[in-house]
Design a binder for this molecule. Structure first.
Ligand SMILES: [Mg+2]
Length: 238
C-alpha cells in the first residue's frame, strides 16, 4: 500500500498550495476551488491507473509438498514414524494410482488458509508441484475450496535435469518480470534463479509461522516493476 498512499499525500499537498494562491475575493475563491477539486479528481484517477499497472497483474507460483502441506501414505513407514500435533489440520485423501486406491493423510501447514486468501487478493495464484496429478489434484481441491487458485501444474510439466524436477515458470507467465515461485526446494527454481523465493521446509511443526512471515514481503513485491530486481538482492545477501 506504500505507493498509492505516497501519491495521495503528494496530491493533497498540491491541492493545498493551489488553494493558498487563490486571490482573496470571494467570487474568485469559489471558482478556483471548484477548478481545483476537478483537477484533484482527475489526477486521483490517473494515480490509481498507474498503480494498477503493477498491482494485481503478477503471478505467484506455489509449490505444494513441504511448502503448503505435508503428506504421508497410510501404512507406510513414514506414517508410522510421523507424529503430528493434534492441532494441525489434517484430512485423509483417497488417491487412485496404478489402479490402486491409496490413502494419504495430508496436513496443512499452519496459516495456509489465511495465506492463500490474502495473496489471492494481490496475485494470480498458481500451484506447480513435482508430484503426480493423481495425488496433487485432490489435495489442491481440499486446499482451494474457495477457488482462489487459477492454474495447476504437475510433474509432467516439470523439466527433469540430473534427477531433479525443475519448474518452468513461463508456463504460468511468459513475462519473467511478473512471476515468482515460492518453493521449499531451491533446486526447483534452478531454471529461473532470480524468480525464486525459498521457504523453510515444513513437516509437522504446529508453531510454524513461515507463511505469515512471508506476507509483508509479498505485499511489497507486488508493486515492483520487475520482481527480479528485488529477488536478486536477497540472493546477493545470502
Ligand atoms: Mg516441495
Amino acid at each position: 500500500m506504500m505507493m498509492p498512499s505516497t501519491k495521495l499525500l503528494k496530491l493533497k499537498s498540491t491541492t493545498s498550495n493551489a488553494t493558498k494562491n487563490i486571490p482573496s475575493t470571494t467570487t474568485t475563491t469559489t471558482t478556483a476551488t471548484i477548478t481545483t477539486t476537478a483537477t484533484t479528481t482527475t489526477t486521483t484517477t490517473t494515480s490509481t491507473t498507474n498503480a494498477s499497472q503493477y498491482y494485481k497483474n503478477k503471478t505467484l507460483i506455489l509449490d505444494l509438498d513441504e511448502t503448503l502441506v505435508h503428506s504421508v501414505r497410510l501404512g507406510s513407514e513414514a506414517s508410522i514414524n510421523t507424529k503430528v500435533n493434534a492441532s494441525v489440520i489434517r484430512k485423509n485423501i483417497e488417491v487412485q494410482c496404478d489402479k490402486q486406491n491409496l490413502i494419504y493423510e495430508v496436513y496443512k501447514r499452519p496459516h495456509v488458509d489465511f495465506f492463500l486468501k490474502t495473496i489471492s487478493q494481490w496475485y494470480k495464484v498458481v500451484i506447480y508441484t513435482a508430484s503426480m496429478a493423481e495425488y496433487a489434484d485432490p489435495v489442491i481441491d481440499w486446499l482451494d475450496q474457495d477457488n482462489l487458485i487459477s492454474q495447476r501444474f504437475f510433474r509432467q510439466s516439470c523439466v527433469l535435469k540430473n534427477g531433479n524436477f525443475l519448474k518452468d515458470l513461463t508456463l504460468a507467465e511468459q513475462d519473467l518480470c511478473k512471476v515468482c515461485l515460492v518453493d521449499n526446494s531451491p533446486i526447483a527454481f534452478d531454471l529461473y534463479k532470480e524468480n525464486g523465493i525459498a521457504l523453510p521446509t515444513w513437516i509437522s511443526n504446529p508453531n510454524d509461522e513461515s507463511l505469515l512471515d512471508l506476507l509483508p514481503f509479498l505485499d511489497a513485491l507486488r508493486f515492483a516493476a520487475d520482481v527480479r530486481s528485488i529477488l536478486r538482492l536477497q540472493h546477493k545477501l545470502k
